[in-house]
Design a protein around this ligand. Sequence first.
Ligand code: IDP
Ligand code: MG
Length: 139
Amino acid sequence: MTGNKTFTIIKPVAVRHGYIGSILAKINEAGFRISAMKFIHIRLEEAKAFYAAHEGKPFYEALVSFMSSGPIVVSILEKENAVEDYRKLIGATNPADAAEGTIRRLYGTNIQANATHGSDSDEAAEVECNFFFSKSERF
Ligand code: IDP
Ligand code: MG
């Protein structure tokens, strides 16, 4: 059985470019319900903790520095088969390889500033939702 929840981040460059509204529109059109959301600016230490699974990879230091470089929008999205369907909606990690019409293809700048994060499994979604949201922040 697949889960009904995923976690997403609208990353700093997409926020700076004014794409919050367009990205949320794609999320709504695709049938996701937004059950939690906030506009925040995380510190380097939080970015390091969030991306701990990537520690040691060549892009890790630049990634955590980027993710703490400006405000982001974090949210929980609900829908049947949420993780897989949202990964399809955002497209491949590198916007240049992402399918036409996907969020990363439309709003991504490069492989690092690729517009959005999306959980890669139900287990990751659970951990990531809990990382940013308490029970009282979910509706
Ligand atoms: P994903 O976001 O598609 O799941 P991951 O491999 O989990 O991709 O990488 C996490 C994030 O790290 C990516 O979304 C992107 O921002 C960044 N990243 C991944 N690979 C590279 C790379 O080769 N160069 C620079 N940044 C990268
Ligand atoms: Mg990933």
